[in-house]
Design a protein around this ligand. Structure first.
Ligand SMILES: Nc1ncnc2c1ncn2[C@@H]1O[C@H](COP(=O)(O)OP(=O)(O)OP(=O)(O)O)[C@@H](O)[C@H]1O
Ligand SMILES: [Mg+2]
Length: 346
């Protein structure tokens, strides 16, 4: 028994000798992280929140910290509040990077990002974050229950009705409803007890529940089947009309209805337009589309676009004609009136 105690003491001692250097490394790493200067800071004098939240990128270039190479170069676009803007492009083209610059996870290296005309660096970060519902490319759920996971990121406590409404829009209520504890169902660390598509939908519901005026979906529909993807987008269009939607996607069908599509290639914008327009004129977009759609579908969609264009042209012309004829009518009426009044004077 005595021998056992001595052996045990030796084992403990050797373990301590093994652990101390490891601990030293951990402490050193921790102090490095703590010492690292936070590059994104609030200015001492911040601006008031704007009234509307049109989003503008002005000549934005960006290189990651500690890297020389620019991953975004001269990015220019704007989107009005309530519109949907989509970004498509190959892997590594910089789509997620654009998305990350909007909530200021990083600051631009050159140029400006504006919300309602105000440079986002002039806003309080806490206020900026409240304006944005951000769904990262990799859904991040934490241990807790579904209610807590959806409520996270909202500035107030949401009612169950509000949470269910968000889950419904995100096409998640169907499966959540069927869980034994529905909203109280446990979520394990990282959401391991849910499938990829389920995690994505919970993460989407969280952003929707925040009711933030700007919603960012970074490749958030990729794990959804086509039908669910289509249903979700239809719901988004109805229920989040006044919110700006920024959608990063790989699938052309996910962004066909967007008000504006940005085609990104190697950190540069190589095309901006609507689906039919880009199909017709943009080689890279056409290439992406032809790997996902049949030739027949592409041809019909280009034809539809051209038809729509002539319709809107005639509509514009008709409007112009009406307004010109109204003006002429007004003028002649004025003439008649002035003549009559002159006669009256005599
Ligand atoms: N934290 C980082 N530090 C340094 N470089 C990075 C970092 N994150 C991304 N990059 C680089 O920036 C470029 C753009 O990456 P980004 O993630 O924006 O591409 P993406 O278009 O979203 O690609 P994917 O379709 O694969 O998601 C890539 O070359 C990538 O290696
Ligand atoms: Mg990405």
């Amino acid at each position: 028994q005595y021998l056992a105690q001595v052996t045990f003491a030796f084992i403990m001692l050797s373990m301590i000798f093994m652990l101390v250097p490891r601990m030293n490394v951990a402490i050193k790493r921790l102090s490095e992280v703590l010492d690292e200067e936070i590059s994104v800071k609030d200015k001492t004098k911040t601006q008031k929140l704007p009234k509307t939240f049109d989003l503008t990128f002005e000549n934005v270039s960006f290189a990651y910290p500690d890297s020389e190479e620019a991953v975004l170069e001269n990015i220019n676009f704007s989107v009005k509040q309530g519109e949907t803007i989509a970004v498509i492009g190959g892997t590594g083209s910089g789509k997620s990077t654009i998305a990350k610059l909007i909530p200021r996870f990083y600051d631009v290296s050159k140029g400006k990002i504006k919300l309602g005309g105000v440079d986002i660096r002039d806003l309080k970060q806490s206020e900026l974050h409240n304006l944005i519902g951000y769904v990262p490319q990799k859904a991040n759920l934490f241990s807790g229950n579904i209610r807590e996971n959806i409520n996270y990121g909202s500035s107030k406590n949401l009612s169950d009705e509000e949470i269910i409404e968000a889950l419904k829009i995100a096409q998640a209520w169907d499966f959540v409803q069927k869980l034994p504890e529905d909203l109280n169902e446990k979520v394990s660390q990282g959401g391991k007890n849910f499938s990829g598509g389920q995690k994505q939908r919970l993460s989407i519901a969280r952003a929707i529940a925040s009711k933030a005026p700007i919603l960012i979906f970074d490749d958030s529909f990729s794990a959804l089947d086509y039908k669910t993807d289509a249903k979700l987008r239809a719901e988004l269009a109805i229920k989040t009309k006044s919110q700006t939607k920024f959608i990063v996607a790989q699938r052309v069908t996910s962004i066909m209805q967007a008000d504006k599509i940005i085609v990104l290639d190697g950190g540069k914008i190589v095309g901006i337009g609507i689906h039919g327009e880009l199909l017709k004129n943009n080689e890279i977009y056409r290439e992406i589309a032809s790997s996902q759609l049949s030739d027949e579908e592409i041809e019909t969609q280009i034809k539809d676009f051209e038809k729509q264009k002539t319709i809107s042209k005639t509509q514009k012309n008709t409007k112009k004609a009406v307004s010109v004829s109204k003006k002429i009518a007004k003028k002649s009426l004025k003439k008649v009136i002035s003549k009559k009044s002159k006669k009256g004077e005599k």
